[in-house]
Design a binder for this molecule. Structure first.
Ligand SMILES: Cc1ncc(COP(=O)(O)O)c(C=O)c1O
Length: 444
């Protein structure tokens, strides 16, 4: 291993136990297809597609070449009252990928910005229609919607909120849908839990009144909290209640988009049309930061048509919205997904992946396994009084054995690139099993 020519101290790492990491760093220095190369030269099988984002595998030449060409042609172009072709082309492609009249793309640079943008569009939509009293935003316990003030507020993972005080006013949360007693070890969508959607009507609407509620935002499958799959009928019921009361439904598909569920998006997989879809990550195969909100026609028309002619209709946007490098990366990524039929490929791998992860059922400490598409959660019993310790031990043990996993508390998440082979799925899960069995014999 080459000695490092940089120090570790001054980079304040995000969502990281800085002191622990810097004492025993896990550094990645390059990547290709299904593997990372660690600083010490070891090949690490990527079980998480980076952070649920490298859906087509690493350093794909088609994408890197497109980025290079874009950088040499138009390094940057202003996007307020000016245009360049890239984002217009990407918008057109997204319209084709999404169902119904989800036709209008607003570009951002991340999932967090997509979420905050969608929440602002929801408020602006109601105001444009003379319903500015609709100000409440409803999220869900255990939801993750990024780290902006809006996304943190509607998010429901306690440690992500605790340090930051009150956040946005007029926010409430639905209950989450997971219950170890009723739906542990479900394969695919659990059959218990659709009734939890009724909390929207019975508690949230009853409490705040529908006329004050702007939007409900949920992840179709909750990812970051540890893969919570929606019960059968749950999302359908949410859609129904929202329709009945004029409330917008936003699907946060930052993880579930671009083939993760064996379909273009979760809304396609579940056959439900939300009013807006937020996305990022897989949009560019994570090569250049880019996110988007895609809205249905009635939102665009309400906001655009209510503004005076020649006026800016929505006072919102980012310097890098639709950046030329990101747009080039997105177009090449979408081509690759299509040519290699990666969404269909994910669908056909789903059964093998499901059988593989459920084979860990008898491994030490495992209290639940759940899966849908190419995402799975393996929940471990916490060490009494030390939540997260067992999960961290699994993450480190897995990395030492050459596989990259993701851990939230004591839940291990797997979400490999969609190019993974059946053999690599077996290797990933087999190695994780060895790690768990090794942990089984040790006291923490
Ligand atoms: C559902 C969801 N929304 C939003 C985000 C935030 O995305 P970003 O980290 O790109 O801001 C994430 C990130 O994991 C996510 O999973």
């Amino acid at each position: 291993m080459k000695p490092r020519d940089y120090e570790l101290e001054t980079f304040w790492m995000p969502f990281t136990a800085n002191r622990q990491f810097k004492a025993a760093p896990r550094m990645l220095v390059s990547a290709k297809d299904m593997h990372y190369i660690a600083e010490d030269g070891r090949r690490i099988l990527d079980g998480t597609a980076g952070l649920w984002c490298v859906n087509a595998g690493h350093c794909r030449v088609r994408i890197t070449e497109a980025i290079k060409a874009a950088a040499e042609t138009l390094d940057y172009g202003p996007i307020f009252q000016m245009g360049h072709p890239g984002p217009f082309k990407v918008a057109q492609r997204l319209k084709k990928l999404l169902p119904a009249d989800l036709d209008y793309a607003f570009f951002t640079n991340s999932g967090s910005e997509s979420v905050d943008t969608a929440l602002k569009i929801a408020l602006a939509y109601h105001r444009a229609r003379g319903e500015g009293h609709r100000r409440w935003l409803i999220g869900r316990e255990r939801g993750y919607h990024g780290v902006g003030f809006g996304g943190t507020s509607v998010g429901g993972i306690p440690p992500n909120r605790r340090a930051f005080g009150n956040l946005l006013p007029c926010v409430d949360h639905l209950p989450h849908t997971h219950d170890l007693e009723h739906n542990s070890f479900s394969r695919g969508q659990p059959s218990w839990g659709a009734h939890l959607a009724d909390e929207l009507e019975n508690r949230v609407i009853a409490l705040h009144d529908a006329s004050s509620i702007a939007a409900v935002i949920v992840e179709p499958v909750a990812g970051s909290t540890g893969v919570l799959v929606p019960p059968k009928g749950y999302l359908e019921r949410l859609r129904q209640i929202c329709d009945q009361h004029g409330i917008l439904l936003i699907f946060d598909e930052v993880i579930t988009g671009f083939g993760r569920l064996g379909a273009s998006f979760g809304c396609e997989r579940f056959g439900i049309v939300p009013d807006m879809v937020t996305m990022a990550k897989g949009l560019t195969n994570a090569t250049v930061p880019m996110g988007a909100v895609v809205a249905r026609r009635h939102l665009y028309e309400a906001i655009v048509n209510s503004a005076p002619e020649n006026a800016i209709e929505l006072f919102h946007g980012y310097t890098y919205s639709g950046h030329p490098l990101a747009a080039a990366a997105a177009l090449a990524t979408l081509d690759l997904y299509q040519e290699e039929r990666l969404f269909e490929g994910a669908k056909s791998l789903e059964r093998h992946f499901e059988d593989a992860v459920h084979s860990l059922r008898e491994a030490p400490h495992v209290v639940d396994i759940r899966n849908l598409g190419m995402m799975a959660g393996i929940e471990l019993a916490p060490v009494p009084g030390r939540p997260g310790a067992r999960g961290q031990q699994a993450l480190v043990g897995a990395f030492e054995r050459g596989i990259l996993t993701r851990v939230t508390g004591d839940i291990i998440a797997l979400s490999p690139p969609l190019i993974i082979s059946k053999q690599q799925i077996d290797e990933l899960v087999g190695t994780l099993g060895e790690v768990l069995r090794e942990m089984g014999g040790k006291n923490l």
